[in-house]
Design a binder for this molecule. Sequence first.
Ligand code: SME
Length: 165
Amino acid sequence: MIHKHSISSKEDIIQTINQSIIDKTHIISCLANVASIIYHSLENINWAGFYFRNNYELLLGPFCGKPACERILIDNGVCGYSAKIKKTVIIPNVDNFENHIACDPNSKSEIVIPLLKNSILYGVLDIDSPKIDRFNADDKLFFEKITELIMKHPDIDLLKNIYKI
Ligand code: SME
């Protein structure tokens, strides 16, 4: 059970997510709360959530923030770029990224972390900020730790029942 009021540091966030995985919380419920925890527990975040891969497109999954585009082709936008190269992408100023898809005009910087298991792309974790240059190398390591934990969820492959991963 997640108690939001007790999550106050990055360490707490990692522990809370880890506990949710140990408890085998339903994979979608777990990811919905990961999005909420990131959105509500960190400074200067206006969107946090998941896209899942369905063949050559990414489909909107659990998230917190304004309504977002439901379908992104691989190689489109920051999410599609991260999905294509299978690496974390940090965009300090989205206005300088030609291919950026603006779901919320308030978003100024963005980090996208691929969800990988045995080099297979399951989707991405996308986080937006209203602040330019919000995400640094420490944030990259932190969010990559979160995705690493998520990919260890015992039911992560249930996603394959819904999406063409
Ligand atoms: N900005 C993303 C699109 C998704 S929204 O930010 C939620 C992109 O360029 O891929």
